[in-house]
Design a protein around this ligand. Structure first.
Ligand SMILES: Nc1ncnc2c1ncn2[C@@H]1O[C@H](COP(=O)(O)OP(=O)(O)OP(=O)(O)O)[C@@H](O)[C@H]1O
Ligand SMILES: [Mg+2]
Length: 259
């Protein structure tokens, strides 16, 4: 099988207040090309740490992280990341923000600008190319972040609660937009959220993590197909049962963490 990202028996321990604690314990997972995988789990279980490992920001103590079969040693353009905050440069325009990375890498400016305009149109920001970030709403800023992350055509996008700071209506629109961009590009996505409904709408497969030390305790392959409609998904005969089960599992892990 074509595996753009794999974690093999990964463990990671941090030193905190003079005594070490294990954040991730024996994590193994593999993403198939073009797959949309969502990580769910209680706060502090190590979801962001997994994304940081895949991005190459952090290295494991044991086990290995592989991108296209090669050990991940550092960040690289084949693995993009999107955070909860859009992190735009306030002194640059929308277009300049989106083209910042490729311009640093001295890619041909006219070609990059053309691609950036196409991405801005895809995320619904046509006509906003020369706006400054402060002239945009939160949802619009996050669309700029999506366009910026997708422009260099990463093989894998890592998304860390990207819609967590948005209002419910904007969040739904962003979820649809993300799905459409994913279906159009075939990028492999690893997406972290706390929102079970979001996970059910987006994912091919959900991985549920335990409280610290973080382990993957359950995998759920969703039977909803790739063409989903946010308004009718809940009518799927299995939706209610799967939602109840996932909510229960996530709550169980969160309670275990507090007890
Ligand atoms: N560089 C670091 N040094 C020390 N401890 C760290 C470091 N990075 C993360 N941690 C700790 O590791 C644990 C897991 O953190 P992580 O951010 O991965 O959790 P999370 O599942 O993303 O949580 P949340 O849902 O709240 O975002 C936390 O206890 C955190 O304090
Ligand atoms: Mg996190």
């Amino acid at each position: 099988m074509d595996i753009p990202i794999a974690l093999e028996n990964v463990s990671l321990t941090f030193a905190a207040q003079s005594r070490p604690f294990t954040v991730l314990q024996d994590i193994s997972l593999a993403l198939a090309r073009g797959e949309f995988v969502v990580l769910l789990g209680p706060s502090g279980c190590g979801k962001s740490t997994i994304l940081n490992l895949v991005a190459g920001f952090t290295k494991p103590d044991c086990g290995q992280v592989l991108a296209d079969g090669q050990k991940v040693e550092r960040p690289g353009p084949s693995r993009g990341m999107i955070f909860q905050q859009p992190n735009l440069f306030p002194w640059l325009s929308v277009l300049e923000n989106v083209t910042f990375g490729p311009r640093l890498a001295r890619h041909h400016k006219a070609g990059v600008n053309q691609q950036a305009r196409e991405w801005l149109e895809r995320v619904g920001l046509k006509g906003f190319e020369h706006h400054a970030p402060w002239q945009l709403s939160g949802g619009m800023k996050q669309r700029v972040a999506l366009a910026r992350a997708w422009l260099p055509e990463p093989e894998v996008l890592l998304l860390d609660e990207p819609f967590g700071a948005l209002d419910a209506q904007t969040r739904l629109m962003m979820q649809e937009l993300l799905r459409n961009a994913w279906l159009a590009t075939g990028t492999t996505l690893l997406f972290v959220t706390h929102d079970v409904e979001e996970a059910l709408f987006l994912a091919d497969r959900i991985l549920i993590m335990s409280a610290r030390p973080g382990r993957i305790v359950e995998e759920i392959v969703l039977p909803f197909g790739r063409q989903r409609d946010i308004e009718t998904l809940a009518e799927h005969p299995q939706y209610g049962d799967i939602k109840r089960h996932v909510l229960h599992r996530v709550r169980e892990e969160a309670k275990r963490h507090l007890s």
